[in-house]
Design a protein around this ligand. Structure first.
Ligand code: GLY
Length: 472
């Protein structure tokens, strides 16, 4: 007899649809899903035993939903960072005793970029870019802060990234050459962040980015294969930063522009951070994906850009469809503190997102490309779903910022829907993903056409080779 397991899924976007999919495919358990969602996600609605919409993802509302189903729930899992940082695990575990898969508030180190930099400085200073923290508490006048800031810019030759302490505070992360090209523009960006709290100004690094995610049960760290995220809105890595327009994973654990040494270094660095936070024994407060590190591979090796305390979106969609282990079993082992390894199929995966006209400033930048007659029309997934007859499990369609309304589905403001292609090579996985994306109709949606393209990957390989040569 298959055992019934009740699971609370806190959902924002396609990442949670991928989790819901992984749970529903369990062979060992019958998943009964209770989904607290940002919107009426059509996939989650279909799969859930009970589905509630909490647009704010407010922890207290999520807690109330969990309380109503206390007797049905064996564990919960959280996708988005907001409730993790707000302490949703602490609330639900302390009050209801339902084990949660995400770090506690104390270990959600994503909540403070300053705390992250200070932690890395202690544990792995060699992979920390040079940085300075500007804290409003330390300054009495704008003149004082401007003097110190400009002195620091002199030292770094203006090549800096400006980052608010709290995620998405002020204007968010800004980089010299992209978001500002003069000190005046930089100061504008800096002040918008400084008004919201402490700001880090750190050296801008040149290199190629990788996303490193690891599952953690509080005792063991289980690294997942590296993935590459495409943050910029437009083809050729132009335009503003987004949540991620797509991502790829190669067959093995590394990426085409990395080598085994880079991967080993990444693992060692994250292991050092983990050991520092865990101490000698067992720290279940770290359960979940407390370390999703954005690395940048430079001439000198990997450096750390940031630490997130949750699965990456779209990066976790590259992994879950090819997890060989039963995802419910993996979660139960995380709760028990017995997760020592997971197996992932030796396959390539490519994720491409389709997004609405205003996302990433597309409609303003390319007004002529927007299919005006389609703006606001229903988004139709039927043709893409029909591709399952051709590709089976090698195509997955995960709705994200999409809403079921009167029997039809509509795009909301964020990333609408992603298609995952699975194959033996990146090229084949990409073709499946793109075929699925092209089969999604309506809503004037658009997408990046160069996610995991041969040209883009070859360019990143050449870039890395040139950087390494410079360092010889
Ligand atoms: N892919 C970026 C993120 O999940 O934050």
């Amino acid at each position: 007899m298959v055992e019934r397991i009740g699971i609370l899924v806190v959902s924002y976007g396609s990442r949670a649809a991928a989790m819901v999919d992984a749970f529903s495919r369990s062979q060992e358990y019958e998943a009964e899903l209770y989904v607290a969602d940002k919107q009426r996600n059509p996939f989650n609605l279909k799969m859930a035993k009970e589905h509630v919409v909490i647009p704010s993802l407010d922890s207290k509302e999520i807690f109330k939903f969990a309380k109503r189903h206390k007797e049905d729930l064996d564990f919960g899992i959280v996708g988005p960072e907001k409730p993790i940082i707000a302490g949703v695990r602490d609330l639900i575990e302390d009050e209801l005793g339902i084990p949660m898969i995400c770090p506690t508030k104390r270990y959600a180190i994503e909540g403070s970029k300053v705390a992250q930099r200070l932690l890395f400085e202690e544990v792995a200073p060699e992979v920390n870019p040079r940085f300075r923290v500007f804290d409003p508490k330390d300054y009495r006048s704008l003149e004082d802060v401007k003097r110190d800031l400009y002195k620091w810019l002199d030292e770094l030759g203006n090549m800096v990234a400006v980052k608010p302490d709290a995620p998405a505070a002020g204007k968010g992360v800004g980089v010299w050459g992209d978001h500002f090209r003069s000190r005046e523009e930089l100061l504008d960006h800096f002040m918008a962040n400084f008004e919201a709290g402490p700001v880090i100004v750190e050296e801008k690094l040149e290199g190629e980015e990788s996303s490193f995610q690891a599952l953690c049960d509080g005792k063991h760290l289980v690294p997942l294969p590296d993935t590459r995220d495409y943050k910029r809105a437009f083809d050729g890595d132009h335009g503003p930063n987004t949540g991620g327009m797509g991502s790829y994973k190669d067959r093995g654990d590394t990426l085409p522009f990395m080598n085994e040494v880079d991967r080993e270094k990444e693992k060692q660095i994250v292991e050092r951070i983990f050991t520092k936070l865990r101490g000698d024994g067992y720290n279940p407060e770290l359960r979940g994906i407390p370390f999703y590190e954005a690395f940048i591979h430079t001439a000198k090796g990997p450096m750390i850009l940031e630490n997130n305390s949750r699965p990456g979106d779209p990066e976790i969609q590259n992994i879950l469809p090819i997890l060989k282990d039963d995802f419910i079993e993996v979660c139960l082992r995380m709760v028990e503190g017995t997760l020592t390894s997971v197996e992932v199929e030796r396959k390539a995966t490519v994720v491409t997102y389709k997004v609405p006209p205003n996302y990433g400033g597309y409609a303003d930048t390319f007004p002529d490309k927007v299919k005006k007659g389609e703006v606001g029309t229903p988004v139709v997934l039927t043709e893409a779903e029909n591709l399952k007859a051709k590709y089976g499990d090698d195509i997955r369609i995960y709705p994200g910022s999409m809403e079921l309304r009167n029997g039809e589905t509509y795009a909301l403001s964020s990333r609408t829907v992603c298609v995952v292609g699975v194959a033996e090579t990146i090229e084949d996985a990409r073709n499946i993903s793109l075929e699925g994306i092209r089969a999604i109709k309506g809503g004037a949606l658009w997408y990046r056409t160069d996610i995991a393209s041969r040209e883009h990957i070859e360019q990143s390989i050449r870039h890395m080779e040139n950087l390494r040569k410079k360092n010889l």
